[in-house]
Design a protein around this ligand. Structure first.
Ligand code: PMT
Length: 423
């Protein structure tokens, strides 16, 4: 087992921490009378340190000019989907990829319908589809339009899509004189929601998170081993994501990586067990992403087994300890254990039974029979089951995006636990 010292954990002094500093926010404006409030939103975001880039839909331009937003944001406002570009790679696609958050305020019934169905017939909706950033929408419309079953259905689609946050509209008099629910949330509430979302990245700052990654190797002789196809990418993405949220991370991995947090390199299941058990007591969460061999050779030959010795060779195997199972039995009430399930069939039922059998708080199931996800690839697609009975499917996306979402769920789990334990 090899210990690599990571650099000292960054300080997390919230008092001097400006959540919007170094953040890039794409401010989408769709065509409703509340579009004029986009100027206040842009101004407050910029003064909070964010780099704000406005994108107007064609209808929004009926209410507000690009010049106003360019002046307020101090960045070029984007409007044209097919306009001339200085570079071969349109700037707005770069922006869609690099932004930390897309805020659409106001969001009309029309743009909500487009987002729910994946229509991208203007620059803003195209950028949302080209981006993997979180999207926050602040609906604003006539109360009857908001209550229309189509709008409610579209909002519920977005609500259940992990990328979206909705800043609920308020009750009041809307531009056409009708009174009801539909007024865009107050600018201050929108800014608070944006800050909370960006601050969510620090929600693990008081937590110690232990992550395992890679596939264990069980030696047969000094040359050969029984292994599996795990590259460690999913586990490393989990550790990186928890670290970026401020957690005190330790990674126990079969793959050696240079990181700012401590990495303990192990080879076999038994070494992994020893390392995990040594750290478990002091951790708040254990995320077992590693593919741990269920069996190992009963005896390890001290010398290289020669092929001349016999025509056939019988390898006797013995069971390895099930690390997560053992720790699931002794975990404290304030600890969270997340397991992964690599399944080639019956993903849901197998994952659900492991969740229960191993006393886990959450299990992340991936179907390893699907090409280009799971083992070795940069992407994954998962179903996440919780002990409370919730189920969420994430479509194919980069492992880091999956890890980010799991860390969001972990943060929420800690919040619930803290409330429960306070009673
Ligand atoms: O590393 P990558 O190439 O990025 O691939 C990622 C992955 C496919 C390895 C990952 O997403 C994944 O599915 N990891 C779990 C693989 C696995 O061992 O699944 P399992 O269903 O056999 O085990 C269930 C859980 O028990 C896992 O959390 C596992 O870490 C744990 N376990 C299993 C056996 C054992 N002896 N001890 C354990 O703790």
């Amino acid at each position: 087992m090899k210990m690599k010292k990571g650099s000292k954990k960054r300080g997390s002094n919230f008092e001097s921490f400006n959540p919007l500093e170094n953040k890039t926010i794409l401010l989408g404006v769709s065509g409703g009378i509340a579009a004029y409030k986009a100027c206040d939103i842009a101004s407050l975001l910029r003064r909070s340190g964010a780099s704000v880039h406005a994108v107007l839909t064609p209808n929004a331009r009926e209410f507000i000019t690009p010049l106003s937003l360019t002046t307020i944001t101090r960045n070029q406002t984007h409007c044209e989907q097919y306009g001339p570009t200085a570079d071969w790679r349109p700037e707005h696609i770069d922006l869609a990829k690099k932004c930390d958050l897309i805020l659409i305020a106001p969001a009309t019934a029309d743009i909500i319908a487009k987002l729910a169905t994946g229509i991208c017939d203007d620059l803003l909706t195209t950028m949302v589809l080209a981006s993997q950033a979180k999207v926050m929408i602040a609906p604003a419309m006539n109360p009857v339009m908001l209550q229309h079953p189509a709008t409610q259905h579209n909002l519920s689609i977005l609500e259940n899509r992990y990328r979206y946050d909705i800043v609920a509209p308020e009750y009041g008099e809307v531009a056409c004189g009708d009174v009801g629910l539909g007024k865009m949330a107050a600018v201050e509430s929108i800014i608070a929601a944006v800050a909370a979302r960006l601050l969510a990245h620090q929600t693990l700052s008081t937590k110690r998170v232990l992550v395992t990654a890679g596939g264990t190797r069980e030696p047969i002789d000094p040359v050969r081993f029984i292994g599996n196809r795990s590259s460690g990418k999913m586990g490393i993405a989990m550790a990186d994501s928890a670290y970026s949220r401020g957690a005190d991370v330790t990674l126990i991995s079969t793959v050696d990586v240079e990181r700012a947090y401590p990495v303990i390199v192990v080879e076999t299941a038994q070494e992994m067990q020893e390392a995990v058990e040594a750290e478990f007591d002091s951790c708040d969460a254990l995320v077992m992403t590693a593919a741990v061999a269920d069996f190992r050779p009963l005896a390890v030959s001290a010398q290289k087994i020669k092929k001349t010795e016999s025509e056939d060779i019988v390898l006797e195997l013995t069971k390895n300890p099930d690390i997560i199972d053992l720790l699931g039995r002794v975990k404290r009430k304030d600890q969270v254990i997340i397991g992964f399930a690599a399944e080639s069939e019956a993903l849901l039922s197998n994952a659900a039974s492991k969740l229960k059998r191993k006393n886990l708080d959450m299990i992340v199931g991936n179907d390893i029979s699907v090409p280009d996800i799971g083992f070795g690839s940069d992407d994954n697609a998962v179903v996440i089951l919780s002990a409370e009975g919730t189920r969420e499917s994430l479509p194919r996306m980069p492992k880091r995006a999956i890890a980010d979402h799991i860390c969001d769920l972990l943060s929420e789990r800690f919040q619930v636990l803290e409330k429960e334990l306070a009673h």
